[in-house]
Write a protein that binds this ligand. Structure first.
Ligand code: SF4
Length: 398
């Protein structure tokens, strides 16, 4: 019998674009400001070759999510970005309802370009606002101001993009609980379908790390209040929390990111991208030059895979717990038993009960989940209950 698209396995596809117009002082994603003329076009040619090279391996799959992230995909010349989108559609059998996201910095999009992205098949835009306060944006060294964001947001609506995510950050230098809630109010008034509300982390190796003693950060108590009051506020405006940092109107959870948290398969292409494909987890070196040279001369045997490992049951269990507990649905006893043939309650119940008493986790009829209070300190709790919680698999580009 002939196999149809509906029979094929599902897959999330991630494509990394490592370019930005300016490097934000807090950012540790793999991205840089290109210095050489023509490097973006060269990179896009390499990425397209990489996309083509997987055509046969994913012939049995029908990708149902595509996420072009970075860096700033919209920092690419429009024609280059469109050629990446066309290469994906030409080489892979995307499902009809495929969620197709492009990340955008508000200072790098306009109506004409957004209309062309929409026509090419992009149906979701993820926009980094971070704050509606221009002083906070300056403190983050973002290249846009609130007015730029607003213009870009309305341009996306005019381009008929019906699914928009807005990134909002808390814990910004100089931010107060009031200014944080004012940003959320501003964003909710615009009525995007999805909001990511996440904590600024001072990552090693960034300019913020070097300046960390002199940054006027809000402090843990204020950040806790921003988070807990932020979660409450978002709920009051119809945004349901489904993950530590993610909130959506009904029907608009990010299907691509859910693949990471649900331990589903995803393939990441481009330097720094991570994959979980065919039972193997692997990542690509965070080195664009090496990546381009490898794609330009396949016979040179330049290795681009940094690490590759078959995921053993013990690790799969740890990853599953770590990722599932990020979701408000938490871990289900029944599903855990089906996947691993083991009793979740027996393995983790006693450890979690300790946090239940403090109001950080709740026992549900069929499993465990964090409370909003527990979400705020989830890393701490997970590292207490798991042996290998330092595996960084949440973000595919980290
Ligand atoms: S935060 Fe986004 S725009 Fe800023 S440097 Fe990082 S990837 Fe680029």
């Amino acid at each position: 019998m002939r196999e149809t698209k509906a029979d094929r396995r599902r897959l999330g596809l991630y494509l990394h674009v490592p370019f930005c117009k300016n490097k934000c002082a807090y950012c540790d994603f793999y991205s840089f400001v290109p210095k050489e003329e023509g490097v973006m076009e060269r990179y896009v040619a390499a990425l397209i070759k990489h996309i083509e090279s997987y055509k046969a391996s994913i012939a049995d799959y029908a990708p149902d999510t595509v996420f072009i992230g970075g860096g700033t995909p919209t920092a690419l010349p429009l024609e280059s970005l469109l050629s990446v989108i066309r290469a994906v559609k030409r080489n892979y059998s995307l499902t009809k309802t495929c969620e197709f996201t492009v990340e955008a910095n508000p200072a790098t999009v306009d109506l004409k370009g957004l209309k062309r992205l929409r026509r090419a098949g992009v149906n979701r835009l993820s926009m980094g606002l971070q704050s509606a306060d221009d002083n906070e944006l300056a403190a983050l060294s973002r290249i846009h101001r609130r007015a730029d964001f607003e213009e870009a947001y309305f341009a996306a609506r005019d381009a008929k993009i019906g699914n928009i995510n807005v990134d909002v950050m808390y814990g910004i230098p100089g931010q107060t609980v009031e200014s944080c809630l004012a940003t959320l109010e501003y964003v909710c008034d615009l009525a995007p379908e999805h909001i990511s509300f996440y904590n600024l982390k001072i990552e090693q190796g960034t300019p913020f790390w070097r300046m960390r003693e002199s940054l006027s950060l809000p402090g843990e108590d204020a950040e806790y209040e921003m988070y807990v009051r932020g979660v409450e506020y978002l709920a009051s405006r119809g945004y349901n929390q489904y993950e530590i940092s993610n909130f959506a109107r009904p029907g608009y959870r990010c299907l691509h990111n859910l693949k990471y948290w649900n331990c589903d398969e995803y393939l990441g292409l481009g330097p720094g991208a991570h994959s979980f494909f065919n039972g193997t987890r692997f990542s690509i070196f965070r080195d664009a030059e090496r990546y381009m040279r490898s794609m330009e001369s396949p016979s040179s045997n330049i290795r681009i895979i940094e690490s590759s490992e078959e995921v053993k049951t013990r690790e799969r269990i740890g990853e599953y717990v770590m990722l599932r507990m990020r979701l408000t649905d938490g871990v289900s006893d029944r599903e855990f038993r089906r996947l691993f043939g083991r009793d979740f309650e027996a393995m983790y119940g006693r450890l979690l009960a300790k946090y239940q008493r403090g109001g950080f986790v709740i026992r549900r009829p069929d499993g465990w989940a964090f409370t909003p209070r527990g979400m705020f300190v989830s890393n701490f709790i997970l590292s207490d209950i798991l042996d290998f919680s330092d595996t960084d698999i949440f973000d595919p580009t980290n």
